[in-house]
Write a protein that binds this ligand. Sequence first.
Ligand SMILES: [Ca+2]
Ligand SMILES: [Ca+2]
Ligand SMILES: [Ca+2]
Ligand SMILES: [Ca+2]
Length: 425
Amino acid sequence: MKKPESRISVVLFFLLFCLLLPAEAIVAAPSTAERKVIIGFNKKPGSAERNLLRGHKGRMRHAFRIIHAFAANLPEKEISRLRADPRIKYVVEDAVVSAVEPEPSEAEYGSSWGVQHIGCDRVHDQGITGQGVKIAVIDTGIDYTHPQLSANYRGGYDFVFTDNDPYDDSWNSHGTHVAGIIAATADGTGVVGGAPDASLYAVKVLDGAGSGYLSWVVAGIEWAVDNGMDIANISIAGPNSPVLQDACAAAYNAGLLLVAAGGNTRAGDVLYPAAYDSVIAVSASYQSDLPAWFSPMDAEVELMAPGVEILSTTADGEYALLSGTSQAAPHVTAVAALLMSAGQFDANQDGLVNNRDIRLRLQRTAVDLGDEGRDEVYGFGLVDAAAAIADDGDVDGLDLLSFARKLEDGTNSIDVANFAASFGR
Ligand SMILES: [Ca+2]
Ligand SMILES: [Ca+2]
Ligand SMILES: [Ca+2]
Ligand SMILES: [Ca+2]
C-alpha cells in the first residue's frame, strides 16, 4: 500500500540510522557474490579511503555527508579483509528495510486534526467506526484507487458522463478530498476519516472543473434515495431553485440525511441546498474554533465543523490541505455515520427512528459557542462526536436547559413541538 512519500523517507532514514549504530553487525558470507554494504571510517573519508575501497574491488554507491561512511558494493571475501584495516570503524550489511506499519496512533489522528478535534478518535476507541452506514458523496466523484479509500468504496454513478464509473477527474480532487474526511481508513498511515469503516458511494454530478447542472445534482439525490443511502454529503452550493428544494424535501422525507456545505460566502448568506429546512447547513471553523473567514453568517447555519487546512486524500494516492465549508460538511456527515452505526433511537419521541433523530442528536450535543444559544455564526454549535454518542436518549440526563437556550432565537429547523413533548414527558 502506498504511503505519503515524506513519511516513508523519514522512516527509512530512521531505520537506516539505527542499523548503522551497532558496529558489531556481521555480514553473513555464504557465497562469493558482491554484497551491498555500508563502510564506516574512523574519520572523514577522502581520496585515500576511496582508493582503499577500490583496492578491495569495491564499487562506490554513495558517499555520505552526515556520517563518515560509504555505501558500496563489495565482494564477499573482501569484507573481512577490509574490516582488518585500522581506518575502518565498521562494515555492515546494507540491509533491506521497509516502512514500519505503525499502529493506529496519535500520528494518524494528528494528521487529521478536524476528526480528532470533534472527538471522533474517542468514539473509534469504543469500536464505533461507521460500519454498515452508506454514504453518498454527491460531488466530483471519488478516486477509488486511493489506498486510503479503496477499502471503503462500494460503487456509485456518474451523471456527468452517464456511466457506472464515477472516477474523480476534478482539478483539485474535490470529491476525493471530501471522501477522505468521511472515511479514510484507520490503518495507522496517511489520514483517518471521521467514520473510517463507513461505506462510500461516489455520485458524480460535477465535472472536472467542479461544475454541474442542477439536473445532475437532482439526479444524484434521487440515486441516493433509490439506492438506500443513509446519508448524502453535498459539498455543493448554488442558487435557490424549487427543483432542488423539492428534491431535497422528498429525499429527507424518504429517510435520507442530507448534509451540505453552507457555502464560502464570507459572512454572507447560506447557499442552497444547505439553506433548505430539509438539509443540515454546515459552517467551517479553525482549530481555535473561531469561524473561518470564508464562512457564512446567517440564521440558516445549523452546525459548525472544522474546515480550515484539512489534510485529506487526493488523486494518485496523494494528500493535500484544503479549506472550505466543503471540508466542514463531511465532518458532520462522519459523525452522523458514527451515530447510525452505534444504534439509533427515537430521540425526538415521534414514534419513529429515522434521520430526524440523528439530526436532533447532532444539534443538542453540539458545543455552544459564540453568542449563547443558536446563533448565526455557529448555528447550534461545533459538532461533537463524543457527546453525540454519549446522548443515549435519557431525557432526564440531558442538559435540556442548555438546549432550550440553543433554541432561543426560534430559527431552529427541528420539530419544536416534538422536542417540547419530550421535554414535558
Ligand atoms: Ca489512514
Ligand atoms: Ca438547512
Ligand atoms: Ca424519531
Ligand atoms: Ca452559540
